[in-house]
Design a protein around this ligand. Structure first.
Ligand code: ATP
Ligand code: MG
Ligand code: FE
Length: 340
């Protein structure tokens, strides 16, 4: 029997219906990008209110697409961690209410584990053991995975996430929100060696990351120290492209280096990569080159399952198989220590 999955951790309101065999029977994502664009970032209060308006229509759409009635559901799963508190609350309260009204068991989903599970959804065979990288708007975290639910946290960003750095660079160049896709598009025609931006911690043996220094270096390349006003910058399109290409190369070099070192150090043969920044073409290309050169296999989440969606909530099936259900007093966990 199918399950209903609900996702509202940040600024996408999403629901999916997943069949017993893992088939996607219903899938609905309502994005809020247009609401946050003028602020150049997600405004938590705005996000929570928009989730509130959208959550029931989105769930209704997913169930209608699946052609089932709520009676047919085996369970209701919801991402309860990590994310924005107000956003998480809307999904969790909706899931708990429906679980109670429809008399269905509840399952909790870790959003970051779900980002990695998107890679399993692209494969016929189990992808474990492997190294997993979540590279998204709020996280840049490396794990060793023995199963979808057995993860060891190896390290993560100590300041900005890679996606956040993309978004901030996009904002500095007035490229709209989220900046990642626009920065990546401009980068395609730029020179990756035009600016010698820092590759923080690239040679250090641990698996932590830092992208805030890189963000500041880009800032100084645009306006110079002390200047605040980005609206008056005069840069040619080719200068912007060079900046984006050099920035993107700095991010990707660090990600690729740390991932391939982790694969070697932990003696696994596979790397899996999920999260919104995994949509980045240059990252995908460089990871592929590294995997070919070093002889490990690579699974990157399918493009439509990189950014937030409820289909990756199919990880709930793995919890159901193990009898791991949540109680109706399930609460949100906005911040996570060490990615758990
Ligand atoms: P988290 O998963 O950490 O809670 P999130 O859910 O907000 O954060 P995602 O939806 O996984 O993040 O990803 C959104 C991020 O992906 C944004 O920062 C966006 O700029 C980035 N992104 C999307 N496409 C690209 C791209 N082509 N290149 C670089 N970054 C991209
Ligand atoms: Mg988003
Ligand atoms: Fe996400």
């Amino acid at each position: 029997m199918p399950i209903l999955t609900i996702e509202s951790t940040c600024d996408e309101t999403a629901a999916a219906v997943i069949g017993d065999d893992g088939s996607v029977m219903g899938d609905c994502v309502a994005t809020q990008e247009e609401l946050h664009e003028k602020f150049n970032g997600v405004v938590p209060e705005v996000a929570a209110r928009a989730h509130l308006e959208r959550i029931l229509p989105v769930i209704d759409t997913a169930i209608r697409q699946a052609g089932i009635s709520p009676d047919d559901l085996t369970a209701i799963a919801v991402a309860d961690r990590p994310g924005l508190a107000g956003s998480l609350l809307v999904g969790v309260v909706a899931a708990k209410t429906l679980a109670m009204a429809w008399q269905k068991p509840l399952v909790s989903i870790n959003h970051l584990h779900a980002h990695l599970y998107a890679c399993q959804l692209a494969c016929d065979k189990p992808i474990y053991p492997c190294i997993g990288l979540v590279v998204s708007g709020g996280h840049t975290s490396l794990y060793r995975l023995d199963s979808p639910l057995d993860l060891e946290y190896l390290g993560g960003t100590i300041d900005d996430a890679a996606g956040e750095a993309f978004d901030k660079v996009g904002a500095m160049l007035s490229l709209g929100f989220p900046g990642g896709p626009a920065v990546s598009k401009l980068a395609q025609s730029g020179n990756r060696t035009a600016h010698a931006f820092p590759r923080s911690m690239i040679h250090e043996k641990h698996f932590n990351f830092s992208f805030s220094g890189l963000k500041t270096a880009v800032r100084y390349a645009i306006v110079g120290p002390g200047q605040q006003d980005f609206s008056k910058i005069e840069m040619s399109d080719s200068a912007k492209a060079d900046l984006c290409a050099s920035f993107e190369a700095a991010v990707v070099d660090v990600l690729v280096a740390k991932c391939s070192r982790a694969v070697k150090q932990f003696g696994v043969r596979r790397l899996v990569v999920g999260g919104g920044v995994a949509r980045n073409g240059y990252l995908r290309d460089q990871l592929t080159l590294s995997a070919d050169k070093k002889g490990y296999s690579l699974v990157i989440a399918p493009m439509d399952l990189c950014t937030d969606n409820a289909v990756m909530g199919a990880i709930a099936m793995e919890k159901i198989k193990r009898g791991q259900f949540a109680d109706l007093d399930l609460d949100i966990t906005p911040g996570l220590q060490r990615g758990f």
